[in-house]
Ligand binder design. Structure first.
Ligand SMILES: Nc1ncnc2c1ncn2[C@@H]1O[C@H](COP(=O)(O)OP(=O)(O)OP(=O)(O)O)[C@@H](O)[C@H]1O
Ligand SMILES: [Mg+2]
Length: 417
């Protein structure tokens, strides 16, 4: 019989007798692997009953969950059939089904029932959405077990601050709720250099959560806490004709732009334009001040539909008509991803400060970076007017220097045919 060798926290999680065990652990610690193993072992223990398996998005079901199930079922020599969209379940011969659903379509968590379930990355959902999805999964989880044991739901997730998983499993857990926390380093099967590469990518404050698996307040104090007006300062200015990269935020009567150059691959803020009436006025100012430069604009993606001037031409169309290269995706990255990209560019966990700001030339940008705080809902505060310039700079940084979490990879092909 081919063997599966779980790590210690995976073993504790998979064999937990509690109704609602949660493995809360760092990136790459083997959470998804544990979820798949718990699902398959539970399936074999209760042939004839169904299970549910939940990922945050359908893409994750397709690209993460199914390949893992196929690999492990094959390794364990368990015959199965994978029925993809629209059915979305794995049928194990004579042993019932495992239903797959994505949590971003909670309306589709309906019309089936199971005895047990596994939920991957629950805490990456917003607080309210996580609570809603959890209730829906609980209500699917009602098939009666022949041995009279309780229905169970297991959760595997990174800790995302003091949100649903913290409140439910850590702060005041009710009976049956058990938490198993683990650091990334508990998984010996990661490729060499994986943990080190996370230190390049993330600021120190996030690694307590993402490497150690601890709940930490991700939204306390100032938003851009890694920015230092001394340590990130530079006297670099743009050279004649140099390619300029302009992050831009649209606000009627209060548009902002932060002007950058790229030196040795790293971003440098060399100027700012704030408090501008509308997009045409902004275009005029840029053309006037930066004549002779090649200009790329990195705007707020919602400017594709927004019109600060008239109802017929969008802000993005105006920028293109002005002859600027417009670098924008169909939608903005999440605020959290944009802020993380900024914080990491100002200072990563290795103390490297890639993003420099000419503070003398960008006085408002620097002041906003120092002062903008989180509001009581854990979102960057927008009531003090300190959000516009950092948003502008952030659209450029998030587009050109995004956070790309490294793939944990498949080091352990060993044992497979
Ligand atoms: N018990 C194990 N034996 C062998 N390899 C394992 C084991 N557990 C995990 N792995 C391997 O370690 C890597 C990371 O595992 P996994 O993707 O499950 O971690 P994760 O915590 O879900 O990661 P992420 O945070 O990226 O979602 C994968 O390549 C996986 O195949
Ligand atoms: Mg995972």
């Amino acid at each position: 019989m081919p063997r599966v060798e779980p790590t210690c926290p995976q073993f504790d999680y998979i064999t937990a007798k509690d109704a609602y065990p949660a493995m809360v652990a760092g990136f790459g610690s083997g959470k998804t692997e544990a979820a798949v193993l718990r699902s398959i072992m539970g399936k074999l223990a209760y042939p004839g009953l169904n299970r549910g398996f939940y990922e945050p998005t359908y893409d994750l079901v397709r690209m993460i969950a199914w390949p893992r199930f196929e690999e492990i079922l094959t390794r364990l020599e368990i015959p199965y059939k994978l029925l993809k969209s629209p059915l979305n379940y794995i049928s194990i011969e004579g042993k019932g089904n495992i239903f797959f659903r994505s949590m971003d379509a909670p309306g589709r968590i309906i019309g089936y029932e199971h005895a047990d379930a596994d939920v991957d990355e629950l805490d990456t959902l917003k607080d309210k959405e996580a609570a809603d999805v959890w209730r829906r999964i609980l209500s699917r989880n009602r098939q009666k077990k022949p041995d009279g044991k309780p229905n169970t739901i297991g959760v595997t997730t990174t800790p995302e601050g003091f949100r649903f998983v913290y409140r439910t499993w850590k702060e005041s857990p009710r009976p049956g709720y058990r938490i198993i926390q683990a650091p990334t380093s508990s998984n010996p099967h990661l490729p060499d250099g994986y943990i080190d590469s996370l230190r390049d990518i993330y600021p120190e404050s996030l690694l307590q959560a993402y490497l150690e698996g601890e709940f930490v307040n991700l939204t306390s104090g100032t938003v851009y806490h890694t920015f230092s007006r001394e340590l990130n300062n530079t006297d670099i200015t743009e050279q004649r004709g140099e390619h300029l990269h302009i992050g831009m935020d649209f606000n009627v009567q209060n548009m902002s732009a932060v002007i950058h150059v790229i030196r040795d691959g790293d971003p440098v803020a060399v100027g700012e334009i704030t408090g501008v009436l509308d997009t045409p006025a902004m275009i005029e100012l840029i053309k006037d001040r930066y004549a002779g430069h090649k200009i790329s604009v990195y705007p707020d993606a919602s400017g594709g539909s927004r019109k600060t001037v008239d109802a017929s031409t969008s802000d993005l169309a105006l920028l293109k008509q002005a002859g600027f290269a417009v670098e924008v995706d169909r939608s903005n990255p999440s605020v959290r991803d944009r802020v993380t990209a900024m914080c990491s560019a100002f200072c990563n966990a290795k103390g490297e400060r890639r993003y420099r700001v000419n503070v003398r030339r960008c006085p408002i940008y620097a002041a906003c970076l120092e002062q903008q705080a989180y509001d009581k809902h854990g979102a960057p505060d927008k009531t003090q007017g300190l959000d516009h310039a950092p948003d502008a700079g952030g659209y450029f940084i998030a587009k050109r220097y995004p956070i790309n979490k490294p793939k944990a990879g498949m080091k352990r092909i060993r044992g497979l045919a």
